[in-house]
Design a protein around this ligand. Structure first.
Ligand code: GRF
Length: 208
């Protein structure tokens, strides 16, 4: 059973899909807290509506970087989180937090890493870049968060075909459907302790 902290900046549809998987019994986890840098995020709204501790933490609430990190750490500890799922979190996770939760932080990326990742590759930028590149497939990646953007070990991927008439928006919609399915499944691998990491490779062990 994971005690999840979900970090999100926007709409929060991945948070909702995680919560749904938990309530359907498909993910052995509890959402211990939702943290957002955006006070108006759908994610915080969803958390409050569902009685989940909802924390707004940003450079506005805590302008001093040391205060910021120590508050993040103490909120995680206070709520007993043992795993962090980034779900549309637009900020870099401080290295002190990454080092405190080694291989216990995941991110979902709306493309097939290592392509179309890195700084600036978020939201619609990703889908625009995919279309401009002429790639015939795209998809979703769940990976472990390290101190660099989008380069940690890959936990799960699923691909879809790019259609001739796709726009960034139509692609984003189809990719999002996959995200909602894939992220809870990938988290369940951790909940069942089925992931071993060997360098950049993750080894998925079969269920007991
Ligand atoms: C998703 O496309 C995710 O892959 C990206 O940001 C988006 C978040 O959507 N990192 P939501 O806030 O979960 O609806």
């Amino acid at each position: 059973m994971l005690r999840l902290a979900v970090f999100a900046s926007g709409r929060g549809s991945n948070l909702e899909s995680i919560a749904r998987a938990i309530s359907h019994g498909d993910l052995d986890a509890e959402i211990a807290l939702v943290l957002s840098n955006n006070s108006a995020s759908g994610a915080l709204h969803f958390a409050r509506e569902h009685g989940i501790p909802a924390i707004h933490l940003s450079t506005k609430t805590n302008p001093d970087p040391r205060d910021f990190v120590s508050r993040m750490k103490s909120e995680l500890k206070h709520h007993g989180a043992d795993f962090i799922a980034l779900a549309g979190y637009m900020k870099k996770v401080p290295s002190e937090i990454v080092n405190t939760y080694p291989n216990r932080i995941t991110n979902i990326h709306p493309a097939l890493l290592p392509a179309f990742g890195g700084k600036g590759m978020y939201g619609m930028n990703v889908h625009k870049a995919v279309l401009e590149s002429g790639a015939r497939v795209t998809g979703v990646t769940v990976h472990i968060v390290t101190n660099d953007y989008d380069v940690g070990p890959i936990v799960a991927q699923e691909c879809i075909a790019v259609r001739d008439d796709d726009t960034p928006e139509s692609l984003a919609l189809r990719v999002l459907e996959i995200e909602h399915r894939l992220y809870p499944r990938a988290l369940q691998l951790f909940a069942q302790d089925r992931i071993t990491i060997n360098g950049l490779r993750t080894i998925h062990q079969s269920p007991p």
